[in-house]
Design a protein around this ligand. Structure first.
Ligand SMILES: [Zn+2]
Ligand SMILES: [Zn+2]
Length: 142
């Protein structure tokens, strides 16, 4: 787990002013990968007391824009956030309960899939979502 000092350095490294809400949101997203906005707000409030939804939205937007946080949004899901950025990892989503887990890049480097036709684009990332049923949900249905 990164310390507050680590998180402050990350913010400064991304040219973001260090504020308590930013440090708190970054630490919450680190501790709860793939958390949605509501649960980020809940955890930030446990740390800082009353913080407005808008403040947390604004922080998430700033962190995402600066590349410190990655925003993913599987079909039919609300946006989720994670601090594991830049490694082109993928996600598996449970169709039943929406649980999300990380899956490493298929070949360990980006892009891990060759496009059959790149249409002239310089491709540097392939983002894959695997869909299925998580162990808990398959235990219930069997
Ligand atoms: Zn499930
Ligand atoms: Zn992830």
């Amino acid at each position: 787990m990164p310390t507050t000092t680590d998180l402050e350095q990350l913010l400064r490294g991304a040219s973001l002013r260090v504020t308590r809400p930013r440090v708190a949101v970054l630490s919450v997203v680190h501790e709860h990968p793939h958390a949605d906005t509501d649960s980020v707000i809940g955890h930030v409030r446990e740390e800082l007391g009353e913080v407005s939804h808008q403040a947390v939205y604004d922080v998430l937007r700033a962190l995402t824009a600066s590349g410190l946080v990655r925003r993913i949004q599987p079909m039919g899901s609300v946006a989720r956030y994670e601090t594991r950025v830049g490694d082109n990892h993928h996600h598996v989503v449970c169709r039943s309960c929406g649980r999300i887990a990380d899956i490493d890049c298929a070949v360990g480097e980006a892009p891990c899939l060759e496009a059959s036709d790149d249409h002239g684009f310089t491709i540097d990332e392939a983002e894959i979502i695997y869909w299925g049923v998580c162990p808990d949900c398959s235990a219930v249905s069997s």
